[in-house]
Design a protein around this ligand. Structure first.
Ligand code: ATP
Ligand code: MG
Length: 180
Protein backbone atom coordinates (compact mmCIF):
# COMPACT_ATOMS: atom_id res chain seq x y z
CA UNK A 1 0.00 0.00 0.00
CA UNK A 2 1.35 3.44 -0.81
CA UNK A 3 0.15 7.00 -1.28
CA UNK A 4 -0.49 7.92 -4.91
CA UNK A 5 -2.14 11.31 -4.89
CA UNK A 6 -3.56 14.02 -2.67
CA UNK A 7 -6.23 16.43 -3.96
CA UNK A 8 -7.02 19.46 -1.84
CA UNK A 9 -9.65 22.18 -2.42
CA UNK A 10 -10.42 25.03 -0.03
CA UNK A 11 -8.44 23.44 2.80
CA UNK A 12 -6.46 25.93 4.93
CA UNK A 13 -4.16 28.00 2.68
CA UNK A 14 -5.18 26.13 -0.51
CA UNK A 15 -7.99 28.23 -1.98
CA UNK A 16 -7.88 26.48 -5.35
CA UNK A 17 -7.49 22.79 -6.08
CA UNK A 18 -3.95 21.49 -5.69
CA UNK A 19 -2.78 18.00 -6.52
CA UNK A 20 0.28 16.30 -5.08
CA UNK A 21 1.44 13.23 -6.99
CA UNK A 22 3.53 10.92 -4.85
CA UNK A 23 6.00 9.26 -7.20
CA UNK A 24 7.94 6.13 -6.12
CA UNK A 25 10.72 6.99 -3.68
CA UNK A 26 10.85 9.98 -1.39
CA UNK A 27 8.65 13.05 -1.88
CA UNK A 28 9.92 16.24 -0.25
CA UNK A 29 7.81 19.38 0.08
CA UNK A 30 9.95 22.48 0.32
CA UNK A 31 9.07 26.15 0.66
CA UNK A 32 9.45 29.25 2.82
CA UNK A 33 7.96 29.55 6.31
CA UNK A 34 4.19 29.82 6.21
CA UNK A 35 3.89 28.60 2.61
CA UNK A 36 1.69 25.62 3.51
CA UNK A 37 4.01 22.62 3.94
CA UNK A 38 2.49 21.55 7.24
CA UNK A 39 -0.99 22.19 5.82
CA UNK A 40 -0.32 19.29 3.44
CA UNK A 41 0.27 16.84 6.29
CA UNK A 42 -2.69 18.37 8.14
CA UNK A 43 -4.80 17.57 5.06
CA UNK A 44 -3.65 13.93 5.15
CA UNK A 45 -4.43 13.59 8.86
CA UNK A 46 -7.77 15.32 8.37
CA UNK A 47 -8.92 13.05 5.55
CA UNK A 48 -7.94 10.03 7.66
CA UNK A 49 -10.48 11.21 10.25
CA UNK A 50 -8.65 13.55 12.63
CA UNK A 51 -11.31 15.02 14.93
CA UNK A 52 -9.19 17.39 17.01
CA UNK A 53 -9.17 20.93 15.60
CA UNK A 54 -6.38 21.76 18.03
CA UNK A 55 -4.10 19.07 16.67
CA UNK A 56 -4.76 20.58 13.22
CA UNK A 57 -3.56 23.87 14.69
CA UNK A 58 -6.99 25.51 14.73
CA UNK A 59 -9.55 26.43 17.36
CA UNK A 60 -12.59 24.89 15.67
CA UNK A 61 -13.08 22.54 12.73
CA UNK A 62 -14.33 25.40 10.52
CA UNK A 63 -10.79 26.79 10.69
CA UNK A 64 -9.70 24.20 8.13
CA UNK A 65 -11.77 26.01 5.47
CA UNK A 66 -9.87 28.63 3.43
CA UNK A 67 -10.62 31.88 5.27
CA UNK A 68 -9.95 34.27 2.39
CA UNK A 69 -7.09 36.64 1.64
CA UNK A 70 -6.67 40.16 0.24
CA UNK A 71 -7.16 38.86 -3.28
CA UNK A 72 -9.51 35.88 -2.82
CA UNK A 73 -12.77 35.44 -1.04
CA UNK A 74 -13.23 32.71 1.54
CA UNK A 75 -14.34 29.23 0.48
CA UNK A 76 -17.60 27.68 1.63
CA UNK A 77 -16.19 24.21 2.02
CA UNK A 78 -12.97 22.25 2.30
CA UNK A 79 -12.41 18.95 0.55
CA UNK A 80 -9.49 16.54 0.65
CA UNK A 81 -9.12 13.27 -1.27
CA UNK A 82 -6.29 10.84 -0.61
CA UNK A 83 -5.71 8.15 -3.22
CA UNK A 84 -3.77 5.03 -2.30
CA UNK A 85 -2.44 2.12 -4.30
CA UNK A 86 -3.88 -0.99 -2.69
CA UNK A 87 -2.35 -3.55 -5.05
CA UNK A 88 -0.99 -5.51 -2.08
CA UNK A 89 -4.37 -5.46 -0.33
CA UNK A 90 -2.78 -3.65 2.63
CA UNK A 91 -6.21 -2.16 3.18
CA UNK A 92 -8.98 -4.70 3.73
CA UNK A 93 -11.04 -3.72 0.69
CA UNK A 94 -11.22 -5.39 -2.72
CA UNK A 95 -10.01 -2.51 -4.82
CA UNK A 96 -6.50 -2.06 -6.16
CA UNK A 97 -6.90 1.72 -5.81
CA UNK A 98 -8.69 3.31 -2.89
CA UNK A 99 -9.65 6.94 -2.50
CA UNK A 100 -10.98 8.47 0.69
CA UNK A 101 -12.64 11.89 0.72
CA UNK A 102 -13.69 14.22 3.49
CA UNK A 103 -15.67 17.41 2.96
CA UNK A 104 -16.83 19.99 5.48
CA UNK A 105 -19.11 23.01 4.93
CA UNK A 106 -19.29 26.23 6.94
CA UNK A 107 -22.73 25.13 8.08
CA UNK A 108 -20.93 22.34 9.95
CA UNK A 109 -22.23 19.57 7.65
CA UNK A 110 -19.59 17.05 6.77
CA UNK A 111 -19.27 14.08 4.46
CA UNK A 112 -16.96 11.09 4.18
CA UNK A 113 -16.57 8.97 1.05
CA UNK A 114 -14.69 5.79 0.15
CA UNK A 115 -14.26 5.39 -3.61
CA UNK A 116 -16.87 8.13 -4.12
CA UNK A 117 -19.48 6.27 -2.06
CA UNK A 118 -20.80 8.07 1.00
CA UNK A 119 -19.75 6.36 4.21
CA UNK A 120 -19.40 7.01 7.93
CA UNK A 121 -16.30 8.31 9.71
CA UNK A 122 -16.18 4.90 11.41
CA UNK A 123 -15.81 3.18 8.02
CA UNK A 124 -12.70 5.27 7.27
CA UNK A 125 -11.23 4.72 10.73
CA UNK A 126 -11.90 0.95 10.46
CA UNK A 127 -10.40 0.81 6.95
CA UNK A 128 -7.07 2.23 8.16
CA UNK A 129 -6.93 0.48 11.52
CA UNK A 130 -3.76 -1.66 11.83
CA UNK A 131 -2.66 -0.49 8.38
CA UNK A 132 0.04 1.73 9.93
CA UNK A 133 -1.60 4.83 8.44
CA UNK A 134 -4.54 5.42 10.77
CA UNK A 135 -5.13 8.74 12.48
CA UNK A 136 -3.50 7.38 15.65
CA UNK A 137 -0.48 5.87 13.89
CA UNK A 138 3.03 7.26 14.00
CA UNK A 139 3.26 7.52 10.22
CA UNK A 140 2.86 11.29 10.51
CA UNK A 141 5.09 13.02 13.02
CA UNK A 142 4.44 16.74 13.37
CA UNK A 143 6.99 19.46 14.13
CA UNK A 144 6.03 19.74 17.82
CA UNK A 145 6.11 15.97 18.20
CA UNK A 146 9.75 15.83 17.11
CA UNK A 147 10.70 18.17 19.96
CA UNK A 148 8.56 16.15 22.33
CA UNK A 149 10.44 12.99 21.35
CA UNK A 150 13.87 14.65 21.66
CA UNK A 151 13.04 16.19 25.04
CA UNK A 152 11.52 13.08 26.56
CA UNK A 153 13.32 10.78 28.97
CA UNK A 154 15.11 7.76 27.54
CA UNK A 155 12.45 5.30 28.75
CA UNK A 156 9.61 7.40 27.32
CA UNK A 157 11.45 7.67 24.04
CA UNK A 158 11.92 3.91 23.95
CA UNK A 159 8.16 3.45 24.43
CA UNK A 160 7.47 5.68 21.42
CA UNK A 161 9.77 3.56 19.23
CA UNK A 162 8.32 0.32 20.57
CA UNK A 163 4.83 1.50 19.81
CA UNK A 164 5.85 2.59 16.30
CA UNK A 165 7.54 -0.79 15.72
CA UNK A 166 4.40 -2.59 16.89
CA UNK A 167 6.17 -4.51 19.67
CA UNK A 168 4.66 -2.63 22.60
CA UNK A 169 1.59 -4.86 22.73
CA UNK A 170 3.82 -7.97 23.04
CA UNK A 171 5.88 -6.40 25.82
CA UNK A 172 2.73 -5.41 27.67
CA UNK A 173 1.36 -8.97 27.31
CA UNK A 174 4.68 -10.48 28.48
CA UNK A 175 4.73 -8.27 31.57
CA UNK A 176 1.16 -9.27 32.34
CA UNK A 177 2.01 -12.99 31.95
CA UNK A 178 4.97 -12.56 34.29
CA UNK A 179 2.62 -11.00 36.83
CA UNK A 180 4.49 -7.67 36.85
P1 ATP B 1 6.89 26.49 8.50
O1 ATP B 1 8.06 26.38 7.58
O2 ATP B 1 6.97 27.72 9.36
O3 ATP B 1 6.60 25.24 9.27
P2 ATP B 1 4.72 25.81 6.70
O4 ATP B 1 5.13 25.83 5.26
O5 ATP B 1 4.60 24.51 7.37
O6 ATP B 1 5.63 26.81 7.54
P3 ATP B 1 1.93 26.07 7.25
O7 ATP B 1 1.89 26.04 8.73
O8 ATP B 1 1.56 24.84 6.51
O9 ATP B 1 3.34 26.59 6.76
O10 ATP B 1 0.98 27.21 6.70
C1 ATP B 1 0.65 28.31 7.46
C2 ATP B 1 -0.16 29.25 6.58
O11 ATP B 1 -1.46 28.71 6.35
C3 ATP B 1 -0.35 30.59 7.29
O12 ATP B 1 0.01 31.61 6.39
C4 ATP B 1 -1.83 30.63 7.57
O13 ATP B 1 -2.36 31.91 7.47
C5 ATP B 1 -2.39 29.75 6.48
N1 ATP B 1 -3.70 29.21 6.85
C6 ATP B 1 -3.99 28.31 7.82
N2 ATP B 1 -5.32 28.09 7.89
C7 ATP B 1 -5.88 28.89 6.94
C8 ATP B 1 -7.22 29.12 6.51
N3 ATP B 1 -8.27 28.52 7.06
N4 ATP B 1 -7.42 30.00 5.50
C9 ATP B 1 -6.36 30.64 4.92
N5 ATP B 1 -5.09 30.45 5.26
C10 ATP B 1 -4.84 29.59 6.26
MG1 MG C 1 5.44 23.66 9.11
Amino acid sequence: MFLKRLDVIGFKSFAERITVDFVPGVTAVVGPNGSGKSNITDAIRWVLGEQSAKSLRGAKMEDVIFAGSDSRRAQNFAEVTLTLDNGDQGLPIEYSEVSVTRRVYRSGDSEYLINKQTCRLKDIVDLFMDSGLGREAFSIISQGRVEEILNSKAEERRTIFEEAAGVLKYKTRKKKAEGK
